[in-house]
Design a protein around this ligand. Structure first.
Ligand code: ATP
Length: 276
């Protein structure tokens, strides 16, 4: 069970995803009424996209928005060494989630859990069976366990998982656009140095950070604050942040090819953009 600090207001941008979550939250907070009205029980969401752009943050924010506990399922740790042990572990994990429900069940890096499906050999066969069990559970579950699965690279996911009906929706989270970067700067400065925020030129910072991820931006702010402290300054200013930006190698600089390849897949595939 993961303690919840983050709320939906800690996410900069991703407006489509946030609006979608707000609608599901309304169902979750009024389950009986929604069911009586004929609303289907929400199943869950798959959030795919590059590292550091807020996928984990959204899983946490969803639980706090739904006002339910957040459970994290580590698929790697379900694997046991005895025959049938992994399947039994999966059964126990899903029953536990059902017993605790309503809850959000977060499966991080789901592509890693199901790597090797369809292959030969003992390990691959167990993974394939486990995957089958998981799909059946997703399909049949009636209890309010909302699954948030996150993935960095959907090309490594078995296509069955992406078929319509498994998840309510599949979102793609890309690098933040200018307006989103501005808001992410604002959130992270507000968290650490709220007294300095008014004098900082957020537009300038957003303009200078094309290709930066949310995690890059958070890193820049941490850096700027530490440098200002080390230099005995009494606050941070736009200039301090600009220096930190210049000293940062953004995600898109480091992983340009991978990012371009994934962006193409997401744009042409069956994914909804998390950003407006
Ligand atoms: P990974 O796949 O590497 O786990 P991720 O996409 O799950 O990455 P997060 O762990 O959610 O990324 O993001 C890392 C940190 O970067 C967050 O804790 C948050 O502080 C910051 N961050 C990322 N995206 C945003 C955003 N849209 N708004 C505010 N902060 C963000």
């Amino acid at each position: 069970m993961i303690p919840l600090k983050e709320t939906i207001n800690d996410i900069g941008g991703l407006e489509n995803l946030k609006t979608w979550f707000r609608r599901k939250a309304k169902v979750y907070k009024n389950l009986n009424k929604a069911e009586a009205f004929g609303v289907d029980m929400p199943k869950g969401v798959l959030i795919a996209g590059i590292s550091g752009c807020g996928k984990s943050l959204t899983a946490k924010a969803a639980a706090s928005l739904f006002e339910v506990p957040l459970l994290r399922l580590d698929m790697g740790r379900l694997m046991g060494k005895y025959v049938g042990e992994s399947e039994e572990n999966m059964r126990k994990a899903t029953s536990l989630a059902e017993a605790i429900s309503p809850c959000v069940l977060w499966i991080d890096e789901i592509e890693k859990a199901f790597a090797g499906i369809g292959g030969t050999g003992g390990g691959a066969e167990v993974t394939t069976r486990l995957f089958g069990n998981f799909l059946t559970w997703m399909q049949e579950k009636r209890s309010p366990v909302f699954v948030v699965a996150t993935a960095n690279d959907v090309t490594k996911l078995p296509p069955e998982l992406l078929r319509k009906g498994r998840f309510d929706e599949i979102f793609y989270v890309g690098l933040p656009k200018k307006g989103e970067r501005r808001r992410i700067f604002e959130i992270h400065i507000q968290k650490r140095r709220p007294q300095d925020l008014a004098a900082i030129d957020l537009n300038e910072l957003a303009t200078k950070t094309e290709g930066f991820s949310g995690a890059d931006i958070e890193g820049v702010i941490k850096d700027a604050i530490e440098s200002a402290f080390a230099d005995d300054k009494d606050r941070i200013q736009t200039q301090d942040v600009l220096v930190a930006i210049r000293n940062t190698h953004s995600l898109s600089e480091i992983m340009k090819e991978d990012l371009d390849r994934l962006a193409k897949i997401y744009e042409t595939g069956n994914f909804k953009n998390a950003s407006k």
